[in-house]
Design a protein around this ligand. Structure first.
Ligand code: URA
Length: 272
């Protein structure tokens, strides 16, 4: 019997082939496409929880969301789950197992966090891209390399064991949105309780909000050009919005402001 593909799996396979350079599809025998049955048994759209995990978010995960029955409010579910969690390891597991976000089915890996959880500074980005989805770590692609260089310039690094100079890095969403589209408000809404719990458990002294999506999710505001460089508060933690490194790659002239923000961060760390 033909294996069943979900919409997201089919889209990901197509995207993967496209990345490999496939730009034409040629079969060995001609097919009369006017003569095919209206729906193919090998393809069906499924909703969360129908149990197909052949690609979604890596090995060791299972989809358990009920398919029928009372309608679930994913944000409420997430809130209830997150409230019970008392360690970062359990949070990582709970996020990876959360079945209500469609993005999970199309992702290779769940991208939870990287760096030193004891760090004084926690950086919160947007969502994994292609490289992050492949490696299972946040900020490892081109934007991530720039992020590393930016923080190295003020003596900080994600692999540092000294908490004064270490970084802890995560994202609002743990799964890659298809073709790197912006996260949808409902996707952010349902994952936000986990991000809040992540901050509470890591207890950083300072949060860096990388770009508009992070500001939208945690401050309820966009407009990074006005927000950047101005200290604000997230769950009682001082938070500094900054330009996202992907934006800096596209707009190198904005690196001046990013450097000013890094110096602001360093001064605050040195003062306390
Ligand atoms: N951009 C982000 O916001 N996060 C990543 O992990 C990678 C790119």
């Amino acid at each position: 019997m033909e294996p069943e593909l979900t919409y997201h799996q089919a889209m990901n396979l197509l995207e993967w082939q496209f990345e490999l350079g496939v730009d034409e599809v040629i079969g060995e025998a001609p097919v009369n496409r006017y003569d095919l049955p209206a729906t193919s048994p090998a393809f069906r759209e499924i909703s969360p929880g129908s149990g197909n995990t052949s690609r979604g978010a890596g090995p060791g995960t299972s989809d358990t969301a009920p398919n029928a029955g009372p309608k679930v409010d994913p944000a409420r579910e997430a809130h209830g789950i997150a409230a019970e969690i008392d360690s970062l390891d359990s949070l990582r597991e709970a996020v990876a197992a959360f079945p209500y976000c469609e993005l999970r089915r199309g992702a290779r890996k769940t991208v939870f966090a990287d760096g030193n959880p004891e760090a004084r500074v926690m950086v919160i980005g947007e969502a994994p891209g292609r490289d992050e989805d492949f490696h299972g770590k946040p900020f490892v692609g081109r934007a991530g390399q720039l992020l590393d260089l930016m923080f190295e310039a003020i003596g900080m690094h994600r692999e540092e064991t000294d908490r004064d100079r270490a970084l802890y890095i995560t994202n609002i969403l743990p799964w890659r949105p298809p073709r790197n589209r912006d996260p949808k408000p409902e996707e952010m809404g349902m994952m936000l309780p986990f991000v809040h719990r992540h901050i509470e458990l890591a207890e950083p002294e300072i949060l860096i909000l990388m770009g508009n999506i992070s500001c939208q999710a945690l401050l309820g505001r966009r407009g990074i050009t006005r927000l950047r460089g101005n200290w604000t508060d997230v769950l009682g933690h001082p938070a500094l919005p900054m330009f996202h490194p992907a934006y800096l790659l596209r707009n190198p002239r904005a690196k001046r402001e990013a450097w000013a923000d890094l110096l602001t961060l360093r001064s605050r760390l040195e003062a306390s």
